[in-house]
Ligand binder design. Structure first.
Ligand code: NAP
Length: 249
């Protein structure tokens, strides 16, 4: 049995669909179940995690805390160990653990990734760049000026996650990007070919300090990274932004 956390979210919903397409047994974890194959689970409720994880072999772990603390991940890992889960694939973020201007980037992801690595479970950590789907927000808040990102189609992240859930890439940290680095204004220009996009520039001084480090890291050019990991894992190129835009337009 595969447990998909974040199953109502951007990548979890796609991971579920891909596993079902392969005829594999899937349980989706959400705080508000609405499908027969959903189970109620809340990272802040250990009892619900124990119940959601019963009989699970491999889990896709997505956390999205409002404040950057690793508590949700640590609670899930403890419950997974107690339930005898064999393998976890965790969604982290590009740049996690790098030191920039004296601070560790994404410390909550860093702590959770390290805890998973030290858990004794089989593990894979996915560190994607900016999701293309961020451009579907209304408006799009541009935190990073003209800085470029190896923007990635979340469907590519989900496809890599499935390979990892099936047991490939154990003990690997996979930095995932699209095939080209584009700034938010450049992404907006492409997406406007297919649908309207409103972009609002944000002064980084106004960003919550707990999230600002990653923004300044990107503005300094460090997110302009393109890897071949998606192609290496999937045996086909990562999806170009223009192709993703055509799909959602
Ligand atoms: N967006 C990007 O560009 C980007 C880039 C790199 C990495 N990431 C990482 O991707 C991750 C996902 O972020 P996202 O914003 O795209 O979120 P998302 O996966 O679209 O949605 C968040 C999911 O978390 C679930 N959830 C929230 N609180 C929960 C709780 N207390 N217990 C159980 N489930 C809970 C929600 O399920 P229910 O509401 O149904 O319970 C929802 O399915 C984050 O860790 C982020 O750092 C994002």
């Amino acid at each position: 049995m595969f447990l998909i956390t974040g199953v109502t979210g951007t990548t979890g919903s796609l991971v579920r669909r891909l596993l079902l397409d392969r005829g594999l047994p899937v349980r989706g974890m959400t705080r508000t179940p609405s499908r027969p194959d959903d189970v109620r689970g809340d990272f802040t409720s250990p009892d619900s995690l124990a119940s959601a994880l019963t009989g699970v072999t491999a889990a896709y772990l997505v956390t999205a805390p409002e404040t950057p603390v690793p508590d949700d991940d640590l609670a899930f890992l403890a419950a997974a160990q107690a339930a005898g889960v064999r393998r976890i694939v965790r969604l982290s973020a590009i740049g996690t653990g790098e030191v920039f201007e004296g601070s560790v980037l994404a410390p909550h992801h860093h702590t959770a990734d390290e805890a998973l690595r030290d858990s004794g479970l089989e593990w894979t950590v996915l560190r994607p760049s900016t999701f293309a789907t961020n451009m579907l927000r209304t408006p799009v808040y541009n935190l990073t000026d003209d800085a470029k990102h190896g923007v990635i189609d979340p469907a590519d992240i989900a496809a890599v996650a499935v390979e990892a859930l099936l047991g490939d890439h154990r003990g690997e940290v996979l930095t995932l990007t699209g095939p080209e680095a584009l700034s938010v204004p450049e992404q907006a220009a492409v997406l406007r070919e297919f649908r309207p996009v409103e972009v609002v520039d944000v002064d980084p001084a106004t960003i919550d300090p707990s999230w600002r480090g990653g923004v300044l890291w990107a503005r300094a050019g460090h997110s302009a990274v393109v890897t071949d990991t998606v192609e290496r894992v999937l045996g086909r190129p990562a999806t170009p932004f223009e192709q993703w835009a055509r799909k959602v337009g």
